[in-house]
Design a binder for this molecule. Sequence first.
Ligand code: BJW
Ligand code: ZN
Length: 322
Amino acid sequence: MKSFPPSRVTDRIRSDLTRRFIVLRLVQGQCHKCSHTLRGGLFPARKFHPEDGDSTAKITLFTGEIDGYLDLMAKAEVSERLAEVLRDFRVRVVVSTGAGVSAESGVPTFRSAGGLWRTFKAETLATPEAFAENPQLVWEWYEFRRAKIKEVEPNPGHHELVLWERHFPNFTLITQNIDGLHRRAGSSKPIELHGNIMVSRCHKCERRAGEAGLGSDGEIPRCQCGGLLRPDVVWFGEPLPQRELQLAWEASEGAEVFISVGTSGIVQPAASLASVAKEAGAFLIEINPDETEISYKFDETLRQPSGIALPALGRRLGIARN
Ligand code: BJW
Ligand code: ZN
């Protein structure tokens, strides 16, 4: 990674901040406003001062040493074969995303360092049994996560996939994510396999109830049938929504290129989609900074964060920028 003097970085960053996304790799820095010190890692710029509405001002508030600016410098090291396949805009492309694609927006993953399941126990929070046992605790946890998700913005990975949807007429986006960031970025019809955290549904009659929240006294909202509402997400041991699963399965069977982005590939049945595509003869790509349990299935891997790899691949393929 090449280092730029901060002044040069600042000019580049300012131009991208107007597009409201950027990821900085920080060695160490201190916010001159609140003196908060940050060390190492990838940070969305808005994380520094989310309350500051003027995004172009944010970088000047930050007086840290910046070790390069990842987005503009990233190269997509893909084979000629892949570039060739994707150069035909009529190719059938399926992109399947997991928590990693939202990591650069500041949404924690489940199983990587800092992931939710490293701190919280899945079985006490994300199972129907947990809800039956302690609906209050489950609701509070989801309220907390909903609030966090509302604070964040889609990142360059999400934005790039919107460009891909416009570029490839045969494009399907499948996601395990419940954060709705693909839709917020502008993807028109992501297949949400595990539901959406912003929506609630009745645990008794299954009726959807849009967005609901705990009452001011902490009371759990109820459906008109009297049943408790719950988040409209898929917990362990529950079936995936039938229509979404069928659409995802069919798209994977018909894929010529299947790109798995930011998923550990552990959770079924979503993890099987790559195999479905492979058996149907698709070319498989994995985008993930780390090796996964299913990495061996892929024809090519890009070991980069998705907010870097996807735009770099898009540029390499000549996909129109806006
Ligand atoms: C980056 C990055 C960057 C970081 N850029 N990348 C034994 C064998 C096989 C199956 C089972 C089994 N025992 C039980 C099962 C079934 C179970 C399952 O698969 N369990 C496994 C854990 C073993 N599956 C189910 O129960 C499913 N239902 C089912 O099977 O139903 C059958 C049925 C049929 C009929 C009737 C009844 C039942 C349901 C699964 C639901 C999963 N739900 C969750 C929670 C959603 C709600 C919530 O958020 O609270 O979904 S769990 C959690 O995992 C969430 C995610 O969508 C899902 C997948 O996680 P994901 O996206 O892969 O995240 P991570 O954290 O694992 O990985 C992130 C990756 O990103 C890492 O690789 C990083 O390296 C990478 N990364 N930064 C790119 N910047
Ligand atoms: Zn009901």
